[in-house]
Design a protein around this ligand. Sequence first.
Ligand code: SF4
Length: 356
Amino acid sequence: MARVSPMDIYKLLPGLNCKECGEDTCMAFASALIERTKEVMDCPPFEKDEYREKGQKLLELMTPPVKEVILGTGERAVKIGGEEVMYRHELTFFNQTALAFDVDDAMSKEELEERVRYISKYTITRVGQDLRYDAIAIRSKTGDATKFGDAVMTVCENTDMPVILCSLDPDVLEVGAGIAAERRPLLYAATKDNWEKVVSIALDNGCPVVASAPGDIQALADLVALLEDNGIQDIVLDPGTNPTGDKFGETIDQLTMLRMLAIEEGAKPLGYPILGVPAVAWMVEEDPIRAGFLEASITAAQIMRFCSIVILHSPEVWSVLPNLTLRQNIFTDPRKPIKWTPASTRSASPTSRALL
Ligand code: SF4
């Protein structure tokens, strides 16, 4: 798909050069929209009836082929997706891959609190940027809705990070969504078997939804169409993560195909952020060191291959640090080299400081 040019945008602007948007001219505003330093509605004349239709057309024109989805609320809300190009050098990538870490409802309250606080507070500074973890994925391991609700409550009391509620049982999801509704949790997941109930929970609580159809892109597109037709606007795609053998190669191929279909073919049902689950490494490796290495490798591949969010199990710094660095390198803007004063302080959480 051809990229939108400043002239395409300019044609839809009011053309008043009134400076109300903070730019000197409408053309400068068009460039700012391309750079995403301004938004369409930063042009106040679009609120007037005479420009409303043009404004609507411009909003449609400016919607990126991969829709941007916001997880969570407040200061720690995370934007995922919103990408326009396949490769960073063609423009830039806008929203870095979010790193989510799992907890589950079989953990004791004390274990849960300790792990959540660690994930929430972890920060390491590299070339002047603070690198942090982004979200907590709460898994229903017991299948018990009451235990899941208790776990969701404990997580929400101990962090303001976005949360992902993980269960294929809508009754379990419903309890968690009710408790965490204020922070707009991501529901994982709607499938061909449960989507109607999950849609109902999402609409009641204003939640984004993961559409899950492992290994089948057509089934994923069909499921997304069902969610869209029933009022879900914020969707995340889960094409499945196979951790080993030929199936791992298929996983990576499908990630590439999904992004190509969205960006180069304009396939609208696939124009959403993609989710990967490197934590599946822990299902095939019992040894925690081997599992940590496998998880880190899968994470690297999925960051490189267009996943907008990944769910990990190990928050250990030796396992995650290489991918924090990889992510930082990929998601800095190639048009703006990082500027950093060597005298800037180097800081890290206590755990990572020991390794620096
Ligand atoms: S506010 Fe709108 S009309 Fe006025 S200069 Fe900016 S883009 Fe042009």
